[in-house]
Design a protein. Sequence first.
Length: 81
Amino acid sequence: MPDMSASANLAVTHLVPLAKDLDQNKVTPGVLGFIVFAVMALAVWGLMKSMSKHMNKVDFKETPDPEAEPAEKTGSPAQRG
């Protein structure tokens, strides 16, 4: 079985010089990051508005079942007698 730590060590030694080239004070998300964030924010706002509209249409009061017998008649036979 190959030694994984040797390959990981080799990869790190090649990536360290690339990381030194980046100036940490200049790395920003940029315009693309802002556009992606704005689109996601608009999508969430639209979904919340749609959910609110659908929730307002829901009737939370339960209507009685017309086929069901009234509560007084549905007792056990011992209670009716």
